[in-house]
Ligand binder design. Structure first.
Ligand code: DX5
Ligand code: ZN
Length: 216
């Protein structure tokens, strides 16, 4: 199981330190949540933040684009230093073209599906992507409750990936903590995004990550 700390929950006044803490504690990658106030009802960060984080870590940076027009931002985030660009199935009528654009930029491509979107929409795009991100909350905010009905879908995505017999991460995002982590791992996820379970006032980043990792 690999952990992708989401900096949405980080203390932005100490962002560099928090990313360094996550790297030292064994994070696999850093997850950057981008929101445009249109695709989701919230605003977050842009390429400038990716550029800053790029300077303080060697970890891969994955950018989760919760925006209505992902094509308009691919280049900016690639130039800022993103290694993966994750686009929502729901945000794009031309997903195949967007995925090809991400590949042409030399980046890993990922497709994200919302809680109400079935795994079956991935069927014709799975061969072209390196990551599938299954939303386990409705996108837009951190600190939300895990939606348990997404568990069978994680299993379906895992089976689809295994059937294709190719390396493709099955990643989950939202409401992941020490209680839900074992459930999503059992269901077939191999990368867990976690925001508030890693960056919080209760424990330091290393202790929080250790607790999550041992929850397997
Ligand atoms: C939600 C974001 C998540 C968020 C997860 O829209 O995509 O990455 O940061 O936060 P937690 O782990 O607090 O649910
Ligand atoms: Zn995310």
């Amino acid at each position: 199981m690999r952990l992708a700390p989401s900096i949405l929950a980080a203390d932005f006044t100490r962002l560099g330190q928090q990313v360094a803490d996550a790297e030292r504690a064994g994070a696999d990658r850093i997850h950057v949540d981008v929101m445009d106030g249109h695709f989701v009802p919230n605003l977050s960060m842009g390429p400038a933040v990716v550029e800053s984080v790029r300077r303080v870590t060697r970890l891969p940076l994955e950018t989760h684009l919760m925006v209505s027009d992902p094509d308009a931002f691919l280049e900016a985030f690639a130039e800022a230093g993103s290694d993966s660009l994750l686009v929502h199935w729901e945000s794009n009528a031309n997903l195949h073209r967007t995925v090809q654009r991400i590949k042409a930029l030399g980046k890993r491509a990922g497709v994200v599906i919302n809680p109400a979107t079935p795994a079956s929409v991935l069927e014709e795009i799975l061969e072209d992507v390196e990551q599938v991100l299954v939303m386990t909350v409705n996108p837009g905010f951190g600190h939300q409750h895990f939606i348990h009905t997404t568990l069978p879908k994680i299993g379906r995505v895992r089976r689809m990936v295994d059937q294709l017999d190719r390396r493709c991460d099955v990643e989950v995002d939202g409401g992941i903590d020490a209680i839900t982590a074992p459930l999503v791992i059992d269901a077939g996820a191999n990368v867990l995004v976690a925001g508030s379970a890693i960056f919080n006032d209760v424990e330091d980043v290393a202790a929080a990550m250790k607790r999550l990792a041992s929850a397997e």
